[in-house]
Ligand binder design. Structure first.
Ligand code: PEP
Ligand code: MG
Length: 589
């Protein structure tokens, strides 16, 4: 038995067999085979092609179930490649004439096709090059018998162990069988953690080189409260964790009873509890947990799960779908927030020493007006007879707000000229995630309808702690008095101007932070669906007056540790007689 300590990425406990997912590129070298082994290589090639085709058919069916026809088209292209007599003929020829191993022959011919397509100055051709890379990488891995790379082929319960997981990796997971995941990199607010929370499964991240230490089939326990991974636990430990798993599911059951009650304090103050989503499908989990609406639609996932910039029509469909599912409950759509740890293969961002301080989000949109306007058109069109709000990310000051609003007005004019309908009174807000915006919130409040505090970034920028860096994760402390004061400044400024402030950073779903945020006057808490019932439970068990006093006291404390200890004590008192909290992880945020 060995215990590894990492970062508590998503709450919950899971026990099961490891599935080590290898998603880095496999190095394939030329290996000359004896002339009498050429026929064996040709057989391997045929078997690899057949296996790849079966996988692609399954993938296509799954994507059709979860998404739509447009997303499934890519698999048509993959299938055509595997059935193309010219391509397959050239590979067979390379095996025969060079006495080459089949995997190498596939790579050699594929590389020559890719080089040819990439030379052509045309987006369509470049996408074809990406398709060839994708399908031939599947083919070579199948020829080499590397099975642990296809997340879709998982057909029994496992804990995924990986270096890192991309949004497309998680989209392809067979969620019925994924008990949890654990990775080498990532922090509490990295996108891997956010995805785990939106799937409602435990995750332990930032474990260094865990993907190299663990073998397929090893028995693991992952504790997403404490950020622990136990490799091959002994009987006592297994028994201990079985009890914890039972307690956790018991608590969830109890909290579920609160999920659909209003979020109202004992002295009658109501707040909104909404959920964060990455796709319209996530709304189902939000609704099942009693969410009031969507406080953050991270639209970049639409872009990340696509091979090219999504068209206006594709985006419109997704935004419309989300609006229809919400039945007039608020839907805050954030415009593209790419850059930082989120990359698009088809939108090259120059190499940057500090990507989180670089070309990101609104900075890209205000330069690439083609991308920005396409998205704004789609959002505006979807807003007709819906309750959509627009939100701009990574705003540092009022100038960017004015520029973004100017583009929005231009797009509205365009739509009016085209007789396209949209919500003429659509509300516009910003994410407050840069300290300069938090400090100038009074100026910005005059220009917008609402704020949503993005503590994931605000914390990293205010405390100068990289949210992705496991080495400094102990310094990433959202209950730092400096951060609490910034938050207070934003809420007070918005209220002075009659505007509302929400929070969509992970702090909004933190049980320890909840009472303080409530007492600071936060109007809306937006979080991953699974966190909603526990937060509602706290709101319903405290008075606003009491919360205000607690917040004022917290603002007077001098260290993040003192605030955390104070918050935990209060939470324990509130929880006595109500549903006990089991989720007090290392920082809980
Ligand atoms: C944030 O920064 O708090 C936020 C919600 O945005 P993201 O995590 O997508 O950067
Ligand atoms: Mg952010």
């Amino acid at each position: 038995m060995v215990v590894f300590s990492g970062i508590a990425g998503s709450e919950g406990i899971a026990a099961g067999k490891a599935y080590v997912y290898i998603n880095n590129q496999t190095v394939i070298g030329m290996e000359k085979v004896a002339p009498d082994a050429v026929s064996t290589e040709l057989e391997k090639l045929n078997e690899g092609i057949e296996l790849s085709k079966t996988q692609i058919i399954r993938l296509k069916e799954k994507v059709l179930q979860e998404f739509d026809e447009s997303k499934a088209q890519i698999f048509e292209a993959h299938m055509m490649m595997l059935e193309d007599p010219e391509f397959i003929g050239a590979v067979r020829e390379a095996v025969i004439s060079d006495c080459a191993n089949a995997a190498y022959a596939v790579k050699k011919i594929a590389d020559s096709y890719i080089a040819l397509f990439e030379q052509i100055e045309d987006d369509y051709m470049r996408d074809r090059a990406a398709d060839i890379k994708d399908v031939t990488s599947r083919l070579t891995r199948n020829i080499l018998g590397i099975s642990s790379w296809d997340l879709l082929s998982i057909n029994s319960p496992v804990i995924i162990v990986a270096h890192d997981l991309t949004p497309s990796d998680t989209a392809m997971m067979n969620k019925d069988y994924v008990l949890g995941f654990t990775t080498d990199v990532g922090g509490r607010t990295s996108h891997t953690a956010i995805m785990a929370r939106s799937l409602g499964i435990p995750a332990v991240l930032g474990l260094g080189d865990i993907s190299e230490k663990i073998q397929d089939g090893d028995y693991l326990i992952i504790d997403g409260f404490e950020g622990k991974l136990i490799l091959n636990p002994d009987k006592d430990q297994q028994a201990e964790y079985e009890i914890k798993i039972g307690q956790h599911s018991e608590r969830r059951k109890k909290l579920q009873e609160v999920a659909f009650l209003p979020a109202i304090t004992v002295d009658g103050k109501s707040v909104e509890i909404s959920c964060n989503i990455g796709s319209p499908e996530d709304i189902h989990a939000g609704a099942a947990n009693g969410g009031d609406g969507v406080g953050l639609f991270r639209t970049e996932f639409l872009y990340m799960n696509s091979n090219a910039l999504p068209t206006e029509e594709e985006q419109y469909e997704q935004y419309r779908k989300a609006a229809v599912l919400l039945q007039k409950k608020p839907l805050i759509i954030r415009t593209l927030d790419i850059g930082g740890d989120k990359k698009l293969p088809y939108l090259p961002i120059p190499e940057e020493a500090n990507p989180f301080l670089g070309w990101r989000a609104i900075r890209i949109c205000l330069e690439r007006l083609d991308i920005f306007k396409t998205q704004l058109r789609a959002i505006l069109r979807a807003s007709f007879e819906a309750n959509i709000l627009i939100m701009f990310p990574m705003i540092s000051g009022v100038r960017e707000v004015r520029e973004a609003k100017k583009v929005l007005e231009e797009v509205k004019d365009e739509l009016r000229r085209e007789n396209m309908k949209f919500d003429e009174n659509i509300k516009v807000g910003i994410m407050v995630e840069i300290p300069s915006a938090a400090m100038t919130a009074d100026t910005i409040a005059k220009e917008v309808d609402f704020f949503s505090i993005g503590t994931n970034d605000l914390c990293q920028y205010a405390l100068a702690v990289d949210r992705m860096n496991a080495k400094v994760s102990d310094l990433y402390q959202p209950l730092h008095p400096g951060l609490l004061r910034l938050i207070k400044n934003v809420i007070d400024a918005s209220h002075r101007h009659g505007k509302f402030t929400g929070m969509c950073g992970e702090m909004a779903g933190s049980e320890e932070a909840c009472i303080i945020l409530l007492g600071l006057g936060l109007d809306e808490f937006s979080m991953s669906a699974a966190a909603i019932p526990a937060i509602k439970n706290i709101v319903r068990n405290v008075s606003y007056k009491q919360a205000e006093e607690i917040a004022n006291h917290a603002l007077e404390l001098d260290t993040p540790e003192a605030v955390l200890e104070y918050a935990r004590n209060i939470l324990n008192q509130i929880n006595k007689g109500s549903v006990q909290s089991t989720s007090l992880g290392r920082m809980g945020i």
